[in-house]
Design a protein around this ligand. Structure first.
Ligand SMILES: Nc1ncnc2c1ncn2[C@@H]1O[C@H](COP(=O)(O)OP(=O)(O)OP(=O)(O)O)[C@@H](O)[C@H]1O
Ligand SMILES: [Mg+2]
Length: 275
């Protein structure tokens, strides 16, 4: 069954279309990663999946219903989004931010519950943010702030998680921690994860399904082992690279041609590839 899909979805700002007539199916209980160059429309697409952006045309379908006609709290109980570069209101503490994740469960009938409390502390714990709970979000480092936002997204406790570049600002250890955490949530709780990643090598390790976006639509999609090729990387990102096997996981590993200290070795590699 599909978790989320789009039907001839056209997105844009003003007159201009960024994504055009897109038919996309997000596989349920899998990890899907969007890749593509800066400005190709990944964030635009992710935001529209969470109804933060109204389509110019077409629709987004969640569990069989057009989200345009679904109550906001119902969407928020099914789907949480971590936007790219979110900004917290000035003076908000980490704890207050993460508590915001519980808003879909609040109403004048349903006050703050033990379950809300538990979800907030679990999210803080999973993201290693408990020690920062009382700190103001705007006083944190970029990476700590990103983890606070991820905690808020997790506290929402939804079956679907949409994350726009969740590893931005994180040191390599925390990048792996967060991606491992998302993998665990997928494996143990069958959460459907959709994220934007720029690192093709990490995308290849974690994704069940990669969607490469180019020229306002899907250039190619499928499992990383099949679709990550030098041809795809060149067509979608305009980058020349070799694709080899990740020495640890065996997944595709893109090694770009570049300048640098070993320029001569690189020239020899380029010559041998082009011969
Ligand atoms: N609010 C906006 N108003 C007008 N144009 C916008 C707006 N937001 C994004 N755009 C434009 O839409 C296009 C797609 O932007 P989007 O943020 O979706 O790209 P992206 O693929 O997420 O890029 P990146 O990898 O840099 O995050 C870009 O050309 C961008 O300038
Ligand atoms: Mg973006």
């Amino acid at each position: 069954m599909d978790a989320l899909s789009t039907n001839s979805l056209t997105l844009g700002y003003g007159e201009e279309s960024i994504i055009k007539e897109l038919d996309l199916t997000i596989p349920k209980e899998k990890i899907t990663v969007f890749i593509g160059s800066n400005g190709c429309g990944k964030s635009t697409l992710l935001r529209s999946l969470a109804r933060l952006l109204k389509p110019q045309q077409g629709s987004v379908i969640l569990d069989g219903n057009d989200i345009a006609h679904t109550p906001t709290k119902e969407i928020a109980r099914n789907l949480a989004i971590l936007p790219q570069s979110p900004v917290a209101p000035e003076g908000l503490t980490v704890l207050q931010l993460v508590k915001q994740g519980r808003y879909p469960y609040q109403s004048w009938l349903q006050q703050w519950s033990e379950q809300d409390e538990k979800a907030v502390y679990e999210a803080l714990e999973l993201t290693n943010m408990l020690e920062f709970a009382d700190r103001k979000v705007d006083s944190l480092s970029g990476g700590q702030r990103q983890r606070a936002w991820i905690a808020m997204t997790l506290a929402q406790d939804t079956d679907i998680l949409l994350l726009d570049e969740p590893t931005t600002y994180l040191d390599l250890t925390h990048q792996i921690d967060i991606l491992d955490l998302l993998y665990d949530l997928n494996q143990s709780e069958q959460r459907t994860i959709v994220m934007v990643l720029h690192d093709l090598n990490l995308a290849s390790r974690y994704a069940d399904h990669i969607v490469a976006i180019h020229n306002k639509n899907i250039y190619k999609q499928g499992d990383p082992d099949t679709i990550i090729t030098p041809e795809l990387v060149h067509s979608v990102l305009g980058l020349h690279c070799q694709v080899t096997a990740d020495p640890i996981c065996g997944t595709p590993l893109c090694v770009p041609f570049s300048k640098g200290r070993h320029l001569n070795a690189m020239k020899n590699a380029v010559t041998s590839v082009s011969q």
